[in-house]
Design a protein around this ligand. Structure first.
Ligand SMILES: [Zn+2]
Length: 354
């Protein structure tokens, strides 16, 4: 795979795309011997998710599953009766607890009688998500958004977010095998290093095969999208952005630049170090905008949302993610000493740049 990278011309974003055309819903693309790429539809603006199959002797290990709805079950059924006829899944790896990745874990595990492999945090996270609608949690979320200056109307709209997690995830398998950062997993002839990282999810799993120079990046490094990095009410003082930037720094130190990146969304690409730098720069640029906006004055996170997200009118769903992202930046800048926090008698946190 080293030679392909050298022969490709870089796209305007500085990356090289050896497989620019993704598989259609009823297609499978062979990226390398014993390495298959499937793409499934998602009912969001981000309209697809990638699944990879890795040869494991005569059988296959699947990485991620698609979202847990009827359309995805129909798509898998057609694939297993068509281009994947006779394919037996003997292990299912799920990279993280978001519904587009873990959604059909229960269905796949039941269909093939195979084990589920996840990091411990991400497996337990699925249980946490299942109880998001509890009144105690909603009340805590209200306080969290109030602390960051969100008005009541926006807050109530955002409280509905993610409540349909259950509907998007088939029954989770009651047991799993743990994937641990730094350990290795052998899949067929390939040995993969297990890498986990925070920021987008708490302990997202990535897989790196040095011999074949391939890196399954899950949602940590995507080519066109900056993965959502948010702080939520469950851990109000989380340093999600710090976690994310530390993960990126460690990846750029460990991966060769000509590694083929197989991401959770988008198409495979070369240029991982370039992309990591773009992602880190993007967050630094936002930190700079926040610092400028609250220089010599105090701002709430809610007041800072339009400073960063000024290009579009946001619906409740997008406002929720924008708020989560903004709080991640504010926390990070507070931890690194770039912002000072003051909580008023109204219980609202306000920030100023030093
Ligand atoms: Zn995803």
């Amino acid at each position: 795979m080293h030679t392909e990278a050298a022969n490709l011309t870089a796209a305007p974003d500085g990356l090289r795309y050896p497989f620019p055309t993704p598989p259609k819903p009823d297609e499978v693309i062979e990226l390398a011997p014993g390495l298959l790429w499937v793409r499934l539809a998602l009912p969001f603006r981000l309209n697809h998710v990638n699944v990879y199959l890795i040869a494991d002797g005569d059988d296959w290990t699947m990485v991620d599953t698609g979202i847990g709805n009827e359309a995805t079950i129909a798509a898998w059924t057609a694939l297993f009766e068509g281009p994947l006829k006779g394919v037996r899944i003997t292990r299912l790896i799920v990279t993280h607890a978001h519904p587009d990745h873990v959604g059909l874990a229960g269905w796949i595990v039941e269909r093939f009688g195979c084990p589920l492999l996840m990091s411990q945090v991400e497996y337990l996270q699925t249980a946490y998500h299942r109880h998001r609608g509890m009144p105690e949690r909603k009340e805590w979320e209200r306080r969290f958004f109030h602390r960051h200056g969100m008005n009541q109307e926006t807050t109530e709209a955002m409280l509905g977010l993610g409540q349909d997690y259950l509907a998007r995830v088939s029954t989770m398998p009651p047991a799993y095998r743990r994937l641990v950062n730094g350990r290795e997993i052998t899949i067929g002839s390939r040995r993969f290093q297990i890498i986990t990282g925070g920021g987008h999810a708490s302990d997202q799993v990535m897989l790196y095969c040095a011999a074949d120079n391939i890196f399954l990046s899950a949602d940590q490094v995507l080519s066109k999208i900056s993965p959502n990095v948010s702080v939520w009410a469950v851990e109000p003082e989380a340093d999600a952005l710090g976690d994310y930037l530390r993960s990126l720094a460690s990846l750029t130190g460990m991966l060769p630049d000509d590694v083929l990146v197989l991401p959770g969304h988008g198409v495979p690409f070369y240029g991982v170090k370039t992309r990591i730098k773009q992602l880190a720069d993007h967050h630094e640029e936002r930190c700079g905008m926040i610092a400028d906006a609250c220089r010599d004055k105090f701002c709430t996170a809610a007041e800072l949302v339009p400073v960063i997200f000024h290009k579009h009118v946001l619906d409740a769903h997008q406002t929720g993610f924008a708020a989560g992202e903004l709080i991640a930046h504010v926390n990070y800048m507070w931890f690194t000493g770039r912002l000072t926090e003051e909580v008023g008698p109204d219980g609202i946190a306000r920030y100023t740049a030093r």
